[in-house]
Design a protein around this ligand. Structure first.
Ligand SMILES: Nc1ncnc2c1ncn2[C@@H]1O[C@H](COP(=O)(O)OP(=O)(O)OP(=O)(O)O)[C@@H](O)[C@H]1O
Ligand SMILES: [Mg+2]
Length: 338
């Protein structure tokens, strides 16, 4: 039995051959800073962010798709996998998604983390390719497709044709960086200290890149920076727009950059089909519209935007060489095996 893992900065998702998606949890681990003893992982650990006692930390161990603290990532993957697969999958082959443009050392770290679950072999696939597969695109055809997978740690943009990336770009600041900017912004503008989870909830609820007519508000609760007492402010879309605008703009410009470097024949295909957005942050209000206005192309956010990469990794399992259904023409979206 083979499995696919999408080790995201914000969420970790697992696909098991023959079963589909079996796991979708926050990629967070709560641990003792000195002993490295693990207290919780996944959604349970997410709820502990900013609430842990002295000496205990709850953190996202992946930063922009890069593994900084490998032991934490390995523990997190192992514990979460045990929860969904009580019967240990014996030496599975694993397909896992990575951002575009990782260095060899960074790729190795991903392979080691995934390998820690006892994988026999690890196959890597760049997120835009996985996302395209997950969207049902036939990525082995010579027809060009532009996909942007906009998540928490990175926005990965790529033009895909014949199973490979013709042009790609990875922006290292996305949803997670927006949350951090929002924390700083709220402190400066309202003298209110909030946590990143509150910032994320606010971004999901009222975050936007273009001004809206409807006036939704979100109640930000935190600690007053001057008095030190609990306080709240109600904010609307326009109030917090400056905090997220710059990162959103970087992503939009990166999509334009990729288009500018796209070979003309592929650009023609993209002109007809438009751009597909996947990843959780693609749901940010106004982001698709802004990309559409900047590139003058149709932009479509996939219905199951956040799941495209893991579903695509799942589909990529069939490309593992010597797989039962491996394609005959030899075109494969998988990168080197480790
Ligand atoms: N409705 C929404 N509006 C705005 N942002 C959202 C929404 N839903 C999810 N997000 C944001 O999307 C991000 C998570 O997306 P996703 O699950 O694709 O990330 P990931 O795969 O874990 O990260 P990465 O692939 O970058 O390592 C988070 O920053 C989250 O706050
Ligand atoms: Mg992702």
């Amino acid at each position: 039995m083979d499995i696919a893992i999408d080790l995201g900065s914000d969420r970790i998702r697992v696909f098991v051959e023959g079963k589909g998606k079996v796991l979708d949890e926050a990629s967070v681990i709560t641990y003792d800073v000195d002993t490295r003893e693990v207290f919780a992982v996944g959604d349970e650990a997410y709820g502990m962010i900013g609430k842990t006692p002295y000496g205990v930390r709850a953190a996202h161990p992946l930063d922009s798709g890069v593994i900084a603290q490998s032991d934490l990532v390995e523990n997190m993957v192992e514990i979460l996998l045990k929860e969904v697969c009580p019967v240990k999958i014996v030496m599975p082959r694993v397909v896992t998604a990575i951002p575009c443009g990782l260095t060899e050392v960074e790729k190795r770290a991903v392979v080691n983390a995934v390998g820690a679950i006892g994988a026999r072999r690890v196959y890597l696939i760049e997120s835009p390719k996985a996302a395209a597969l997950g969207c049902g695109v036939d990525i082995t055809s010579p027809h060009g497709v532009l996909i942007a997978d906009i998540g928490s740690g990175t926005a990965d943009i790529g033009v895909i044709s014949l199973g490979g990336l013709s042009v790609s770009k990875s922006v290292k600041r996305a949803g997670g960086a927006m949350d951090e900017e929002l924390v700083k912004f709220v402190r400066k503008k309202y003298n209110l200290i909030i946590g990143t989870n509150t910032a994320e909830a606010c971004k999901k609820e009222v975050g936007c890149v273009t001004v809206l007519d409807e006036q939704k508000t979100f109640r930000l609760k935190g600690r007053d920076a001057v008095s030190g007492l609990p306080r709240f402010v109600d904010v609307g879309c326009e109030d917090i727009m400056p905090a997220i605008a710059e990162i959103a703009q970087d992503i939009v410009l990166a999509v334009r950059d990729v288009l500018e470097q796209t070979p003309p024949e592929l650009a023609g295909d993209i002109y007809n089909d438009g751009i597909i957005l996947t990843g959780g942050l693609s749901k940010l209000t106004g982001l698709a519209k802004t990309i559409s206005e900047t590139t003058r192309l149709k932009v479509r956010v996939h219905k199951y935007a956040a799941d495209c990469v893991i579903m695509g990794c799942g589909k990529a399992l069939r490309f593992i060489e010597d797989g039962k259904n491996a394609p005959k023409n030899g075109i494969s979206p998988l990168m080197a095996a480790y």
